[in-house]
Design a protein around this ligand. Structure first.
Ligand code: GDP
Length: 278
């Protein structure tokens, strides 16, 4: 039974939810990474449930915590659509860039990948391996090349080849917020000399819990994030982080990753997400 199942069963049945039931619900929400603030808000919303429409009411209350911004991916009116993938190393940026490429290829679109995470040779190799597997060209530079120069090169190639999607994987070193801002800012600026960027997608690893929320805040302050990709939802029962991110930042989750394969990826569906919580 989901978090709310027991509470809903109590208030729709003959017994009433006791203080310990509410405490149990709050503890379950905390364990599922809703975070203290949102857990309290959700319990407060659940308190006002009436027996006749408890499930409907809690669904409505949870939906109200989600972002009301569009989850559609923006597309360039003409020319390449450019996506910048940002996030802390290890969250699943490179894998998600490849998964996005696979999903566009499945729609018969042409894709170019750019390995602008030039600080880690392994990250470049990983993207190149994905490129071979998906039959997609990967623009890369020499080891430790300036990420902005690789991104610039990729934008020029994307434009010259009139590619449908250019997906740029970036470095996720999180030394300080000012380092991050200057690095991502530079990548963004040089790309925008060639092509506008339609989406800046922030990758968050669901298994990192509330830490993911802290990372999300830092990135959102550093660069104009237009959407979130939540990865590794297959590896956690703590999917509350998705609601916590949307509640606290009002940035829509656009995609979810549920495994290491190219196909383990889908647009975020709020209705099934909330049903999952219930
Ligand atoms: P990056 O450093 O942010 O580029 O992260 P990677 O793309 O290299 O991913 C780090 C690890 O997480 C790799 O082993 C991936 O296969 C794995 N990974 C990425 N996304 C998912 C996901 O949705 N589910 C699972 N289970 N593993 C994932």
């Amino acid at each position: 039974m989901g978090f709310f199942g027991k509470i809903i069963a109590k208030i729709t049945g003959s017994t009433h939810a006791s203080t310990s039931d509410w405490n149990e619900l709050e503890a379950a929400l905390l364990a599922a990474d809703f975070g203290p603030e949102l857990s309290r808000e959700v319990v407060a919303a659940a308190h006002s449930l009436r027996a006749d429409d408890a499930t409907q009411a809690i669904t409505a209350a949870l939906t109200a915590f989600l972002s009301n911004k569009s989850r559609e991916m923006s597309k360039a009116v003409s020319g390449p659509t450019v996506l910048l993938i940002v996030g802390v190393n290890g969250t699943g940026k490179t894998t998600s860039a490849a998964k996005l490429a696979a999903s566009f290829i499945a729609q018969d679109a042409s894709v170019l990948l750019a390995a602008a995470d030039t600080f880690r040779a392994a990250a470049v190799d990983q993207l190149r391996t994905w490129g071979e597997r998906l039959d997609v060209d990967v623009v890369h530079g020499a080891d430790n090349a300036d990420p902005a120069s690789v991104a610039f090169d990729a934008a020029q190639q994307g434009l010259a080849r009139n590619i449908d999607y250019l997906i740029i994987d970036t470095a996720g070193r999180l030394h300080t917020k000012s380092d991050l801002m200057s690095e991502l800012g530079k990548v963004k600026r040089v790309v925008e000399k060639v092509l506008p960027i339609q989406e800046v997608l922030l990758v968050i690893d669901a298994t990192t819990g509330q830490n993911g929320l802290i990372q999300a805040k830092i990135f959102a302050e550093s660069v104009d994030v237009t959407g979130v990709i939540v990865t590794k939802l297959d590896g956690t029962a703590r999917g509350g982080i998705a609601l916590a991110i949307e509640r606290s930042l009002n940035i829509p989750i656009k995609w979810v990753g549920t495994g290491e394969g190219a196909g383990d990826f889908a647009p975020f569906d709020p209705t099934s997400y909330i049903q999952g919580l219930l």
